[in-house]
Every structure is written in C-alpha cells, then in structure tokens.
Design a protein around this ligand. Structure first.
Ligand code: IPM
Ligand code: SF4
Length: 469
C-alpha cells in the first residue's frame, strides 16, 4: 500500500480525473468558496457572457470586506465610485445567482476568511479555492485551501470544479520550548524568516510537532494565514480534538447524527507515519522572543532584543541590496535597535490577528492605560460577530478608554484600499500580515507584530518589549 501525506489524501479524495500521466495535473472537486467584491467581478461578467449560472449557490458565500470603510458611521455603500460599483455588483450577483452576500449592516459581515471559519463553512478534509491568497488559512482546520485567480473563480462558479496542479509536500516540524509572551505571530514570523519569502514555493506545508499541537485553533489560524508569506500555496495542520471542539455547534458544521460520523472521518485525516515529504524541516523555537519586522517583507524581522541587521555584513549581493532598499524605505539605520523606535500609529485587524483571542490579548495590555501622546490607534474586529462578542466582554470599553478607535469590520488598514489609509512618513505597528512598500498608504512604514506588542507600543509611543511589563 502506498503511504500518503494528509495533503495527498485530501487532494486524492477530491480528484475527478487525472489529466496528466504523472498525476500532477488534475480536475478536482471544490467543496466551497468565498467571493469578495474586489477579485470576483470579472468572473461574474464571464458567467453572464456565457449564459451560465452558479452551479452550487449554497457553496458560495459573498463578503464585502476589501473596499468598504471601517468607520463607525459607515453606510451601506462606499462613497468612492469604483468601490461603490464593486459592492453593488457583488450584491446584484448574489441576488441574480442566488447566493448569500454579507454587506455592511449585516450582523454576519466581516473579513471573508474570518467569516468562513466562524460560521463553520470550512471543515476538515475539504478542498477550498477562493480568490484571495490568504484562503490558505483554512489549513488550520485540516482543509486544503488555496488562492485562485479570476478565470479559476469563473470556472469554479460554473462547475464546482477546478483544474489543479498538485503541489509538492513539505513538512515543518516546530519543536522546542515556547518562551514567555511568545505568540503565534512571533512563531510564524520566525518560521517565515527561517524559510525565506520564497522558501515554500510550489509546496503545501504541513505544520506539525509539539509546539503546533499546543496552539489553540485561533493561534493555528494565524500560522496558516501567514504561511502564504513564504510562498506556500497551501498549509495544513492535521485536525485534532481542539479543532472538533472549535467547530461543534457552528452554523454550518454538521449536527445531530451527522456530527459523530463527521468526527469519526476527521480523525482519519493525518499523514501516514512513513509518508514521504519532498522537503522536511525542523524549526526549534527555544529562545525565540517576541518579534517585529524591520523591513518591507514579512521575513525581514528580528526579535525585540536584536538589532536591525547591517547589510554590509550580508555576503549575498541580492539580499544585501534588498536589505539596503528596505532600510532606506523604512527610514532605519543598519545595526539600529528595534526596541525604542517611535511610532505614530497602531493597528489591530486583518484575517491574521483580529479574532476574539487577539482582542482579549491586546485588551489585557491596554487595561487602565492611555495612548502615548501623538499616537493614533485603530482596532478593526475581524467580523461583526467578533465585534459583538468583544462588546459583550467589555473589550470595546478598554480600547476606547485607552484612546483607541473602535471600528467596524473589514480589511481596513491591512491593505488601505478602502479609505482607511495612513499618510507619507507614518510609522505603524500593525497586527497584520504584510509590510510591503505602500501597503498602508504611499510612503508609509509598517512594522508587523503580535496584538499584544501592538497594544504595548501604542501606550509607550515606541516599540517595546512586552516581557518588561
Ligand atoms: C486583494 C487580494 C487579491 C489580496 C490577496 O490575495 O491576498 C489581499 O487580500 C491581500 O491581502 O493582499
Ligand atoms: S484582511 Fe488583509 S490579508 Fe486578509 S483578506 Fe483582507 S486584505 Fe487580505
């Protein structure tokens, strides 16, 4: 009998036909998708042009998240013309093709990936393709999920299938002792640094090992979300009891007599003992400290007590040039300490770190404190349901008392294409996943960190060490 990885098993279960002799090219069945207003319009136009319908409307969810504002007084439609057109078109598509679309004002609205998970639309063993790279996050629940382009969205909508090129298998075992105040964000920043921004190209990464087992489901979501930042098309964690408990009772999770049957199947979802991986890596996190990015790519990060690297010490000319450019853009000097660096803004939000556990962790730090003079801070819960839950727990009050703006849900400052935008020269510590040039506005500088580190910097006015609190 051939042995298989978890990834192989899930892809095989969904294979309708192998299209190439080596089995790499396939036609696969896709269980569910989510469409946003920003990447889906052309796919729907193609459906219309070709007189097709959505094959399985109940497997498609529409969310408005990228182009809508998070302002407390936002209305149904964005003021900006293009954004407004995109929102209206997705709503029309939902009503013409008969699938649910969550716009501002809907109690279930939120960032697509946060909503898919919290409603139980993502289940272990599923194969999910959606028009956004961070779809890979669903691997935290034991699904194979990946980002697709417009023509694939169209193909999916019309057929519930996709042409798929099977990925290679990579295993990352995370071992060692997790240090004080080291969060999932710090672990994933470390993984991305170790593997490099392109380190997982062409692979599905299975994360495993004792450190992964100990993480909560929400922490695992942060990890799988950011695996994309080392170019992993998909990442996956074998589902365990924590995942089953997390899913039980959610809106679209199996219920009644289907529940035990589902769990029984989900328990089989793991790589065979002797499965062979194309790449096998172990990452030991012993000694890891809370971390912050100093550059313009998520792998350009260091721990809080380290200094920013000196490009002159780098022998690879390409990396040296990247570092020089990044330092120049970030307005930082070689060898400078990251600790103590003044900030102008703090942001907590995005599909990486805006769930209830993230907000609780930040609120813990902010309790009874005030924003440092001159610092502006925004918190954008990942979904309206997260927002409501946080309000029930009094978390909104802690943020507001500290001087933070308590906003509505959406992508917001994670990518600043919705009116939530910073100005040239602003330096923002951010709980998001990308620190690319201009990500939060033209000539803005982004430092990625955990929600707790973001909260702490907001009250100090500079990047600080959470362990010294
Ligand atoms: C807009 C979309 C194509 C993009 C993605 O695919 O990731 C966005 O969500 C992002 O985070 O940069
Ligand atoms: S929150 Fe950020 S990373 Fe997530 S889907 Fe929106 S823009 Fe992309």
């Amino acid at each position: 009998m051939t042995t298989k990885t978890l990834y192989d098993k899930i892809v095989d279960l969904h294979t309708i036909e192998k299209l190439s002799a080596d089995g790499i090219e396939r036609l696969v069945y896709i269980d569910r998708t989510v469409v946003n207003e920003y990447t889906s319009p052309q796919a729907f136009s193609l459906l219309r042009e070709n007189g097709l319908k959505v094959w399985r409307p109940s497997a498609t969810l529409g969310t408005i998240d990228h182009v809508n504002s998070s302002a407390p007084d936002r209305t149904e439609f964005p003021a900006e013309e293009n954004a407004c057109t995109q929102v209206k078109y997705l709503i029309k598509n939902g009503s013409d093709f008969d699938f649910e679309v969550l716009n501002n004002g809907n109690p279930k609205q939120g960032i697509e990936h946060v909503v898919m998970v919290e409603r139980g639309k993502v289940l272990p063993g599923m194969l999910i393709g959606a028009g956004d790279s961070h779809t890979a996050m669903y691997g935290a629940l034991g699904a194979v999920a990946y980002g697709i382009g417009t023509s694939d969205i169209y193909h999916y909508l019309a057929t519930s299938t996709l042409r798929y090129k099977k990925l290679k298998n990579m295993r990352v075992r995370v071992t060692g002792v997790r240090g004080i105040s080291v969060t999932a964000k710090d672990i994933v920043l470390f993984i991305v640094k170790k593997l490099g921004a392109g380190g997982c190209t062409g692979h599905c990464v299975e994360l495993c090992g004792p450190v992964i087992r100990d993480l909560s489901v929400e922490e695992r979501l942060t990890l799988c979300n950011m695996a994309v930042e080392c170019a992993a098309r998909s990442s996956i964690i074998a589902p365990d009891q924590k995942v089953f408990d997390y899913l039980e009772g959610r809106e679209f999770a199996p219920s009644g007599e289907m529940w035990p049957k589902a769990v029984e199947f989900w328990k089989t979802l793991k790589s065979d003992e002797d499965a062979v991986f194309d790449k096998d890596v172990e990452i030991d996190i012993t000694g890891l400290e809370p971390s912050v990015t100093w550059g313009t790519s998520p792998d350009q990060n260091c721990s809080i007590s380290e200094s920013i690297p000196d490009p002159a010490s780098i022998s690879d000319p390409k990396i040296r040039a990247d570092y020089e450019r990044a330092l120049n853009y970030m307005g930082l000097g070689a060898g400078q300490k990251i600790k103590g660096l003044p900030i102008t803004h703090a942001f907590i939000g995005s599909c990486t770190n805006s769930r209830i556990e993230d907000l609780r962790a930040a609120a813990e730090v902010l309790k009874g404190k005030k924003l440092a003079p001159g610092v502006k801070a925004f918190v954008v819960p990942g979904s309206t349901q997260v927002r409501v839950q946080a309000e029930k727990e009094g978390i909104d009050k802690i943020f507001k008392d500290a001087g933070w703006e308590w906003r509505n849900s959406g992508c917001s400052l994670c990518l600043a294409m919705n009116g939530d935008i910073l100005g040239a020269g602003d330096r923002c510590i951010s709980a998001t996943n990308r620190n690319f040039e201009g990500r939060q506005g033209v000539q803005t500088r982004t430092h990625l960190a955990s929600p707790a580190m973001v909260a702490l910097a907001s009250v100090k006015g500079f990047i600080a060490d959470i362990r010294e609190e």
